[in-house]
Design a protein around this ligand. Structure first.
Ligand SMILES: Nc1ncnc2c1ncn2[C@@H]1O[C@H](COP(=O)(O)OP(=O)(O)OP(=O)(O)O)[C@@H](O)[C@H]1O
Ligand SMILES: [Mg+2]
Length: 424
């Protein structure tokens, strides 16, 4: 039977099969409509490029173990493809005075830039440069959307840097906490050993001194007794250092001016510095407020730091001592331009008996003692050093010890026992 098919009828071929003309023979879209369609398509492509650029940035940031330098170099490479004329576009990122550029970068062409503001501070900028003149658009040859994009890129970079810095700070503080914990344990051990040894040592010293008083001693016995006494005194000095390190010797605190303590300590070392070709530079704040502290312990801090500095400058150099008033605290800095310290050495300098000196030159107790004294004054110590470029020890002491944390509590830049060391 012959069946007649009508367009649109259920179960039949769709209606387009029955159009009077096939699709390729239909009249083209009106020119205006076509132009709009093309423009929409182009705009969409631009958006895709922008989103790809921002996506690539987050991908880069997410890569673990990438250094900041590698991240910024990667970030600058994402810029040209996101602009209207990628092949004639170059990019540059400036951060903290360092430049990161695309391979084709040249200065001088039309450019647009956006500042990189990390924690409210401008640290650099993102720049896009056209390598040849381009037709005018909204901002010179650049599109309005490109302004939005470059601003967004700069913001994104700043956010990523802020996050990285916060992360690094967290790591640093965790490291310091671990270091502080280790030092506290060593301190307890040192205190225990020191107490245990103190008494028998006192007995040996006492009896040796008593025996020395005997009138009829043969000269060699007297000489030997003299050696026993001298050795005991040396051992007692070490025990005292360990007690100072483990804060078992409470400071005798009184109001004092730190500048006066500096002058005292430097007077002791003046001749020694002169002989070693070391110039002492004092930069003492005139209006330094008084602090409550143990003058003789602080003098010891200064002498220990200065003697280390002298050892670090065998060819002569400059020893700079600075005092400064801060917010509820005073700051004492001892700086030299000697041999400096490696990262490895820096990690261990507050551990008792760590020394890089020969047996008769150093015991490795100077800095642990400095650390113990500073901590028992509620202060904190920071060290910066680079091999070959000297070292700087900075000590912060609170004006009012009672109001200060007991040294086990410090701000973000320092650990829980007032310790911070790093590269310069
Ligand atoms: N200003 C400095 N420059 C370079 N290295 C230093 C400086 N201060 C300390 N150091 C390093 O830190 C180590 C430990 O110093 P610390 O004062 O604790 O012990 P020491 O000087 O070796 O011996 P001691 O002070 O007991 O005589 C030193 O051996 C040295 O390697
Ligand atoms: Mg020393």
């Amino acid at each position: 039977m012959l069946r007649l098919f009508r367009p649109g009828q259920a179960g039949m071929l769709p209606s387009w099969c029955f159009r009077s003309k096939p699709w390729f023979a239909q009249t083209p879209l009106p020119v205006k409509k076509m132009a709009k369609k093309n423009a929409d398509h182009a705009a969409l492509q631009e958006r895709v490029k922008e989103l790809t650029c921002l996506y690539n940035l987050t991908q880069l940031a997410g890569r673990s173990g990438t250094s900041l330098e590698d991240f910024l170099q990667g970030a600058v490479e994402t810029l040209p493809p996101a602009w209207q004329h990628p092949e004639r576009t170059a990019g540059r990122i400036v951060f903290d005075g360092q430049f990161y550029v695309t391979r084709n970068f040249e200065e001088g062409g039309p450019s647009q830039s956006a500042p990189i503001q990390v924690n409210g501070k401008t640290r650099g900028r993102v720049e896009v440069v056209y390598l040849e003149p381009m037709p005018p658009a909204h901002e010179g040859p650049f599109l309005r959307e490109e302004r939005n994009l470059i601003d967004a890129v700069a913001r994104q970079i700043a956010l990523i840097i802020e996050r990285r810095q916060a992360e690094q700070e967290r790591y640093r503080l965790q490291g310091q906490l671990r270091h502080a914990d280790r030092l506290a344990t060593i301190g307890q051990l040192a205190a225990g050993v020191a107490h245990e040894l103190n008494e028998p040592l006192g007995n040996i010293l006492g009896f040796a001194q008593l025996a020395e008083k005997h009138p009829d001693l043969p000269p060699e016995v007297r000489r030997d007794l003299g050696k026993i006494v001298a050795t005991c005194l040396h051992a007692r000095q070490i025990i005292n250092s360990l007690l100072l390190f483990s804060r078992q010797m409470p400071p005798q605190k009184a109001k004092l001016n730190l500048n006066a303590v500096v002058e005292d300590a430097m007077a002791l070392l003046e001749q020694r510095c002169k002989r070693s070709g070391i110039a002492i530079v004092r930069k003492l704040a005139a209006d330094l407020p008084e602090i409550v502290a143990d003058a003789s312990q602080l003098r010891q801090v200064l002498v220990d730091l200065a003697v280390n500095a002298i050892h670090a400058m065998p060819e002569g150099g400059m020893l700079e001592v600075t005092t400064q008033a801060g917010d509820g605290r005073v700051v004492l800095a001892v700086q030299d331009n000697g041999v400096g310290m490696s990262e490895e050495v820096l990690k261990k300098i507050f551990v008792p008996f760590f020394t890089t000196k020969d047996v008769n030159e150093g015991t490795g107790l100077g800095l642990p003692v400095v650390h113990g004294i500073v901590t028992s004054h509620g202060g904190r110590i920071r060290v910066q050093s680079t091999p070959g470029q000297g070292a700087r020890f900075e000590i912060e002491l609170p004006l009012d010890v009672d109001g200060a944390a007991d040294g086990e509590n410090v701000d973000g830049s320092s650990s829980s026992e007032g310790l911070d060391s790093g590269r310069r």
